[in-house]
Design a protein around this ligand. Structure first.
Ligand code: IVH
Length: 672
């Protein structure tokens, strides 16, 4: 990007970010998520770093945060209210402890960790035990006087509890700092009411809490559910509060709510365990969190290490990876899936989201691209959560230069040149109807060998391509006629892996009926439907001959699924493929009558690890007997099987719902 281009881009970014800030701070509504705003600010900061001449005095990068609003009087903080430096990985935590140990070689490994609440910071000042002032963080030095508003909040004691183990704190000046939050459930309820009244909705709980506390009318504040959770206790004489663990104990005694999760930890490993635990459990918290605060427990050392910039050296915030970021769509291509579905995919300027680099994102189908108006060259918001396939959320239309190109769906398959078709006029997706399309073959074999299907180790994406390229296989059945000698010669396969691969394939000559059925990759047949069909029909031949009416007799199988099954078995190519399997001696095991159905109608969840078998095996056995294996507890779960190191949240959920819990031995008896 040259200077002129950078100038144009920077101006557009500034406008968009300023627009966002106006909506966020003045109108209390979010036009884009905080994560997206951060991503845009980051890009602007980088541009300004490269071309300092682009910095303008009103650039969002030049803003001093939290200026005092007119209407509230200013209050100077007794001690500065600091921010925290963010870290994102175990290495950075390690580096942090090493840095401290450099200045403090005798550092005891005593860390105090708490959940980082996503609300607004507030300082409460008590004189001789009586609440005299509530102050917002403001710019850290000077905040706004919100005394009248905090006095309406039930969770803030108007006087410190007396007769406690800490009478000293009821004398002179005691300052309590903490976070004001709105609970997620209260936020949802509030928005529901606003929706009913036709009022504009609030963007998120933090925004709503911050907007509420800045209201000049305390009765409005009183009507909104806000909560205060304490995290700091300050006395003029700091030796009265020597550790953070002591501070939390005293805070609870003085009448404040603190997070029960807060705890002492003694190594980087323990810190990371705590981080991971809450990354998993954070959805169950009443309020939003975006990370974990870790501080040295020793507060004198905390003071001694001092401040760098706006943050203390003795504390960090471990931030959970953002799930959204902005990037640019460099191109759009069409990918052909195993059933022929043509899916447009965006090629992205690589961007790190939720801890991994994202280079491609699904655009679902042509109609979706039109609906969202995503163009090649657009700056876009990309979303990725956990294992979910990254997705383009929307374009940032205001950042357009006019050079963006509208995507046109090709009429031919980009891989084999066959004309794309729609099976039904109302279908959203175009499909390549050629069953021999190389892209379809490759993805079909990949699906057949995948974990949930035949689970053939060594037959991954790249190996399949290598075998297809050399003409050693042309369809799924061909893998069974591969010989070790043929494979050894290929670049990707050393001696051992070639014979391992052939052994792994021949071990799967007689797969279970459900896995084989699922592995064929019939449209709409997921792993569970395959199990239901297998349990109902018992043999593969019976499924092959079933009519739509027979198939819809199976619970959970509707017309669409039934038609897809019948269609699959009438297609001559598929018939030929199945003949080939049979000829090679590959055929699924029928379900034996005596056994089948013992667990029909029973739903199981497993938590923790089992000693006698893997979870996959246990799940297979449960399914083979007609039971269902679920990944999370629901109202219809019959048994929670508790293995070693069970997950606390599952056990708790089972208790709440009154689900039966059994151990591994009891499960084995059921499976016997
Ligand atoms: S301890 C030096 N503990 O996070 C500041 N802060 O980025 C030490 N926050 O403005 C603060 N939850 O308002 C601490 N459990 C917690 C917190 C917490 C949220 C906020 C705090 C501060 C910001 C720091």
């Amino acid at each position: 990007m040259n200077l002129a281009q950078a100038r144009g881009r920077a101006a557009k970014l500034r406008d968009l970010i300023n627009d966002y800030r106006y909506h966020y701070h003045v109108l209390n509504e979010s036009i884009i998520s905080d994560e997206v705003a951060d991503s845009l600010k980051h890009e602007l900061a980088q541009l300004e770093e490269r071309y300092p001449e682009l910095i303008t005095p009103d650039s969002p990068t030049q803003r001093v945060a939290g200026a005092v609003l007119p209407g509230f009087s200013e209050v100077r903080h007794s001690r500065r209210m600091l921010s925290l430096n963010d870290v994102f990985s175990a290495e950075e935590v390690e580096d942090w402890t090493k840095r401290i140990k450099k200045t403090e070689p005798t550092l005891r490994n005593e860390y105090f960790a708490d959940i980082k609440m996503d609300g607004l910071a507030c300082a409460l000042i008590y004189n001789d035990g009586l609440l005299v002032r509530g102050v917002t963080r403001g710019d850290g030095y000077v905040g706004e006087d919100i005394t009248l508003n905090v006095r309406t909040m039930d969770s803030i004691p108007l006087s410190l509890r007396s007769g406690t183990g800490f009478p000293g704190f009821l004398k002179d000046r005691t300052e309590v700092r903490g976070e004001i939050v709105m609970y997620k459930a209260d936020f949802d309820r509030l928005n529901e009411e606003r929706h009913k009244l036709g009022q504009p909705l609030f963007a998120n709980p933090r925004n709503t809490a911050a907007g509420t506390i800045r209201q000049l009318d305390p009765s409005l504040v009183a009507s909104r559910p806000l909560h205060f959770r304490a995290y700091d206790l300050l006395r003029d004489n700091p030796t009265e509060v020597l550790t953070n663990s002591f501070a939390y104990q005293a805070l609870a005694d003085l009448g404040f709510s603190t997070n029960r999760a807060a705890t002492l930890l003694s190594s980087v490993n323990q810190i990371m365990d705590f981080v991971k635990l809450w990354e998993h459990k954070r959805k169950d918290l009443e309020f939003n969190t975006d990370g974990i605060v870790v501080k040295l427990n020793d507060r004198q050392l905390f003071e001694k290490l001092g401040v760098a910039g706006k943050a203390p050296r003795a504390a960090i915030a471990f931030k959970y990876a953002a799930e959204q970021a902005t990037t640019i769509v460099k191109d759009i291509f069409v990918s052909i899936g195993r059933t022929g579905t043509a899916t447009p995919v965006a090629v992205l300027e690589p961007v790190v989201i939720a801890g991994s680099t994202v280079q491609m994102a699904t655009l679902h189908n042509e109609a979706e691209i039109k609906r969202k108006d995503i163009r090649i060259g657009d700056s876009v918001i990309v979303h990725k959560a956990g294992d979910i396939i990254p997705e383009v959320v929307e374009p940032l239309v205001k950042l357009r230069t006019g050079k963006e190109r509208v995507f046109k769906m090709p009429s031919l398959c980009p891989i084999c040149g066959t004309k794309l078709v729609k099976l039904k006029a109302k279908d959203a997706a175009w499909r390549c109807p050629n069953p021999n399309c190389p892209s379809r073959t490759w993805k079909q074999i990949q699906h057949y060998a995948s974990k949930e299907a035949l689970d053939i180790e060594g037959l991954g994406e790249k190996n399949i391509i290598a075998l297809l390229d050399k003409g050693l296989i042309r369809d799924t059945a061909d893998i069974y006629s591969l010989k070790t000698e043929q494979v050894i010669g290929l670049e990707r396969f050393a001696n051992v892996s070639a014979s391992n691969l052939i052994a792994a394939i021949s071990a799967k000559m007689h797969p279970s009926l459900s896995r084989f059925l699922y592995g064929l990759g019939i449209r709409h047949i997921g792993a569970q439907t395959a199990i239901d069909l297998a349990n109902h029909f018992k043999t593969f031949e019976a499924i092959m001959e079933a009519k739509v009416g027979d198939l819809t007799n199976v619970e959970g199988v509707g017309e669409v699924v039934a038609e897809a099954v019948v269609e699959y078995f009438t297609e001559p190519v598929n018939r030929r493929l199945l003949d080939k399997f049979k000829h090679l001696g590959v055929w699924p095991e029928p379900i034996r009558h005596a056994q089948a159905g013992k667990l029909i109608g029973m739903n199981f969840v497993i938590t923790g690890t089992l000693e006698s078998m893997s979870r996959e095996t246990a799940a297979d056995k449960i399914r083979a007997l007609g039971g269902r294996f679920q990944t999370s507890i629901a109202k219809d779960t019959d048994y929670l099987v508790i293995g070693n190191n069970p997950g606390a949240s599952k056990v708790e959920e089972a208790r709440k719902l009154g689900t039966n819990t059994i151990d591994e031995r009891a499960l084995s008896q059921l499976l016997d």
